[in-house]
Design a binder for this molecule. Structure first.
Ligand code: THU
Length: 129
């Protein structure tokens, strides 16, 4: 999957954002290892902490469709700078795809690629007794 194609899917998803409180619209597109794309947008709530980020909407949609193997995520926002997934979303992504590639755009619209491991080097993992 080309980064630009995935970023374009994220931009399309961003149109579905429901962000009346922050005005900050985010779109995400998650690509499976088979090349299927699942998208998400942030959905805010009057009870602010109930808000869900675009990235988690995309992951949860994919998992509910039976997908658990992911290759890359693209994320875009209406902000002027670049956007990277928040810590909560990184942890959720790490559950399924620790080796995930993360594409985003800088303030000039240039694609930047990160590894999920760069963004969250020490993801929590549950070591049960
Ligand atoms: N947001 C996302 O959708 N993804 C992120 O990774 C960071 C933040 C949303 C949540 C909220 O609706 C708005 O951006 C401002 O925090």
């Amino acid at each position: 999957m080309q980064p630009q194609a995935l970023l374009s899917a994220a931009r399309e998803a961003q149109k579905m954002a429901y962000a009346p409180y922050s005005g900050y619209r985010v779109g995400a597109a998650l690509c499976t290892t088979q090349g299927e794309i699942f998208t998400g947008a942030n959905i805010e709530n009057a009870s602010f902490s109930m808000t869900i980020c675009a990235e988690r909407v995309a992951v949860f949609r994919a998992v509910m469709a039976g997908e658990r193997e992911f290759e890359a995520l693209a994320v875009t926002s209406s902000g002027s700078g670049g956007v990277t997934p928040c810590g909560a979303c990184l942890q959720v992504l790490a559950e399924f795809a620790p080796g995930l590639k993360v594409f985003t755009e800088d303030a000039n619209g240039e694609c930047i690629e990160y590894g999920l491991k760069d963004l969250l080097p020490c993801a929590f993992s549950l070591q049960a007794e």
